[in-house]
Design a binder for this molecule. Structure first.
Ligand SMILES: [Zn+2]
Length: 250
């Protein structure tokens, strides 16, 4: 008998495997990211009853291989299917970006409770929240920290003082900001307001259940979005495909 494991899992992606099966990528509470075979899922969609669609939260029972070979999905129960993520284009795009980022940032069989909790929190927040982009930004700021690339939103990279004045210059490669005194006078790239910087710091430090208190103006949200997007792309050394879909939407 193979070892059985029963845990929560979020569907990241899936692809056909051979004549009748599908290979599903899951982010699980027990083992982090795993690839698992869903026997018969290609031949008969009824076998798993839509449980293997991206963003679905499952209670899953899996059989682990004794030596080598694939993990096998034995049974699934849908805990939450997050229907609104499939009904609005913006939410679908946002969920796609975050799901792709989890896939890119994590390795298989590397359990990370913080990332699992963040992912489950995010899908619920996106489902219930009207402000998809703000919830997505919160997710991405925290994911960057959990991946080991937490930017310093508190002190200037050069003089180590807290920000003063109204704006700072964010340094994507440096992982922090230069204050008004330290930045090149003519350098206006990635200039953000101190208020935006404080919002980013709040996203990084506040517990998940406090994040819904945050609100941001549109300009502030857009400048923070651009910086966090560029930081992910810089550290991953690629532009995730979901961003290109979003930018093609205009
Ligand atoms: Zn400074």
């Amino acid at each position: 008998m193979p070892d059985l494991i029963n845990c929560r899992a979020i569907v990241i992606a899936g692809r056909d495997l051979g004549e009748s099966d599908r290979l599903i990528t899951l982010y699980t509470s027990a083992k982090g990211k795993v690839s698992a075979i869903a026997k018969g899922a290609k031949r008969s969609r009824k076998r798993f009853m839509n449980a293997l669609e991206p963003f679905t939260l499952l209670q899953v029972s899996m059989a682990l291989p004794r030596t080598s070979g694939l993990i096998r999905i034995d049974s699934t129960v849908i805990v939450e299917s997050f229907p609104s993520l499939r009904e609005t284009t913006e939410k679908y795009c946002m969920a796609s970006i975050c799901t792709e980022l989890v896939n890119l940032w994590t390795r298989e069989n590397d359990r990370q409770d913080r990332i699992y909790r963040l992912f489950e929190w995010y899908l619920g927040a996106l489902e219930n929240d009207k402000h998809a982009k703000l919830a997505t930004l919160c997710f991405k700021v925290k994911l960057l920290s959990f991946a080991g690339y937490a930017p310093d939103f508190t002190r200037c990279l050069k003089c180590r003082k807290r920000p003063h004045g109204s704006v700072v210059s964010f340094q994507i490669h440096g992982g922090g900001f230069l204050c008004r005194e330290c930045k090149e006078k003519r350098d206006s790239r990635n200039t953000i307001s101190v208020g935006t910087l404080q919002s980013l710091r709040y996203m990084q430090q506040a517990p998940l259940d406090r994040l819904q208190r945050l609100s941001m103006g549109r300009m502030s949200l857009e400048s923070a979005w651009s910086i966090v997007r560029n930081m992910h792309c810089h550290h991953l050394q690629q532009v995730p495909a979901s961003y290109l879909v979003l930018s093609n939407m205009g």
